[in-house]
Every structure is written in structure tokens, then in C-alpha cells.
Design a binder for this molecule. Structure first.
Ligand SMILES: [Zn+2]
Length: 284
């Protein structure tokens, strides 16, 4: 039984449908890596508030603090293509990352996924689209961006009142909220193949926001949980959260057996983040 079927079975189970048998243990990743504190990973500084951490031979976490630190991923696939999961907050920061990619990897095919409609998930889209990079996102994210995008911008601008945030506020007022140009149904998720390796995108129902997606790299056993996985010790922005389904969704993600889990925000990267998230949600 492959992981996608397992997760679909888990979703059906949660929905009250017939249960499938228990999942088998996932295969080990081909390239070994060590799990340690944030400082154990090589850092690459790309400018003010923007840096990379190499957490695996082929995986870099991009962190952009603008002003709140948010994570996205660069993953090198088996066929040399690159996959991006999430973007920095701004097209400018996205362009700096694309320039670093060109310098570090040379010319590569790049595919991007938006894990949600919030600006910390897709604020870099306009730079990706201008570079001709296909950007995948769900129908749910496209709809929510159209319906609520500007409302979330106004809320964010209100959080940035005060002279010390002038620079952030002025930039956030102008960031184009560009939609993904390759749209798939959230309910069906998405699997793309790169040589022998796949990327699996899951929507386990509403979590921190109605549309957050998780992106799994089975060849590396790395899960990008986006904002549905909590890296800190608080729930953060829960204005749009589904507090009932969210912990169930994280239980489903546990079935993937990821050996590294990248949260939307925060430095921790170990799979214990999934139970950590459930603990925070069930005591909140
Ligand atoms: Zn977030």
C-alpha cells in the first residue's frame, strides 16, 4: 500500500468511512542525515532576514523574517529538477533565492508549490511566475486568495502599526498576491514525478487555515508541514483555524513516517514536532 492510499484511507476513516489495514513501515531515505539543533546545519546568509539551512544533502530550508520568521523549502530531486515548497514573503526575497539557485545549481527546471493562500506561503509567487516557473496550488487556495486575500493584508498591516515597522508595513502594502497558475483540486491532492522520485501534496482538511497543504518528499522522508505544523510553543494566528480537525489532520500526517518535519515557522525540524503540535492544540 503506498503512502497516498494510506493517507486517503486515514482521511476516509476520519470521515467515518470503512477503515483500511494499518500502514506498513515506510522505507528509509537513500541519503542519511543527522538530526540536531538548528546550529548543527550549515547556514547560508542571503541578506537581511533571509537565510538558508542545508538540512539534508538535497534539501535546504529557506527562512525569511519579514518581520516574523517563516520557512519554505528547496529540494533537489533525483532527475536534477528542483522543487520549491512555499516562498519567502516578498518577490524580492524570492528573486534573491532564485539567483542563489542559479549560482549554486546552475540552470535547472524548477517547480513550485503554494502550501496556502497567506502571504507567508505565496508572497514570492510573482517572481516565480515572471521567471516562467510553474506554480502549483489548490483550487481552495485560489478561491480563498480571491475572497479573503486583501482582508488578510489589512489585518497584517494593522499588526505592523508603529514607526519601527514602517519598512515592513510599506512593503506588505504592495506585495502582489499572485495566484498559482497550475491549479489542482485540494480534495484530490497532487502527486508529481521527477525521474524515480515523487512529491506528494496533501490536504488533510482544514487546519491552521482552511486551505493549508502539506508537501511530502518520500525519497528523502522529509515533510514540509507548512503552518499546520507548529514549530513554536503557541498556536499563533488561529482566526481561521479549525481546532477540531487540526489535530486529526496532524495524526494523519504522522502515518507518513517522515524523519524530518519542517514547520511553517520555527527552527525545530524533528518528527516530534507532530506530537508537539497535537499537544499544543489539545491543551489550547
Ligand atoms: Zn504561517
Amino acid at each position: 500500500m503506498n503512502r497516498k492510499i494510506i493517507l486517503i484511507a486515514a482521511v476516509l476513516l476520519a470521515a467515518g468511512c470503512a477503515a483500511q489495514s494499518a500502514p506498513t513501515a515506510p522505507p528509509s531515505p537513500s541519503a542519511p542525515f543527522t538530526i540536531g539543533p538548528d546550529t548543527d546545519f550549515p547556514h547560508i546568509d542571503l541578506g537581511e532576514g533571509l537565510y538558508l539551512r542545508q538540512i539534508h544533502t538535497d534539501v535546504f530550508v529557506v527562512t525569511h523574517a519579514f518581520p516574523w520568521p517563516a520557512n519554505s523549502l528547496i529540494v533537489e530531486m533525483e532527475n536534477n529538477d528542483l522543487v520549491l515548497a512555499g516562498t519567502p514573503y516578498t518577490p524580492e526575497a524570492m528573486q534573491i533565492v532564485l539567483d542563489w539557485i542559479a549560482e549554486h545549481f546552475g540552470k535547472r527546471n524548477i517547480t513550485a508549490f503554494d502550501p496556502g493562500y497567506h502571504v507567508d506561503n505565496l508572497g514570492g509567487n510573482s517572481a516565480l511566475l515572471a521567471a516562467g516557473i510553474p506554480v502549483y496550488g489548490s483550487d481552495l487556495s485560489v478561491r480563498m486568495l480571491a475572497e479573503r486575500g486583501e482582508e488578510t493584508r489589512q489585518m497584517l498591516l494593522e499588526m505592523l502599526l508603529g514607526p519601527s515597522n514602517d519598512r515592513y508595513r510599506m512593503t506588505h502594502a504592495e506585495i502582489p498576491y499572485a495566484a498559482p497558475d497550475h491549479v489542482f483540486p485540494a480534495k484530490e491532492g497532487l502527486t508529481l514525478t521527477f525521474g524515480e522520485e515523487q512529491v506528494e501534496v496533501y490536504w488533510p482538511g482544514p487546519t491552521q487555515a482552511p486551505d493549508k497543504m502539506a508537501v511530502f518528499f518520500p525519497g528523502k522522508m522529509v515533510l514540509f508541514g507548512s503552518c499546520m505544523v507548529l514549530g513554536g510553543n503557541a498556536t499563533g494566528n488561529v482566526r481561521e483555524a479549525d481546532m477540531e480537525n487540526w489535530p486529526k489532520a496532524i495524526e494523519m500526517l504522522k502515518q507518513l513516517g517522515a524523519e524530518m518535519v519542517v514547520p511553517g515557522h520555527g527552527d525545530r525540524l524533528d518528527p516530534g514536532l507532530l506530537n508537539h503540535t497535537i499537544d499544543i492544540l489539545t491543551t489550547a
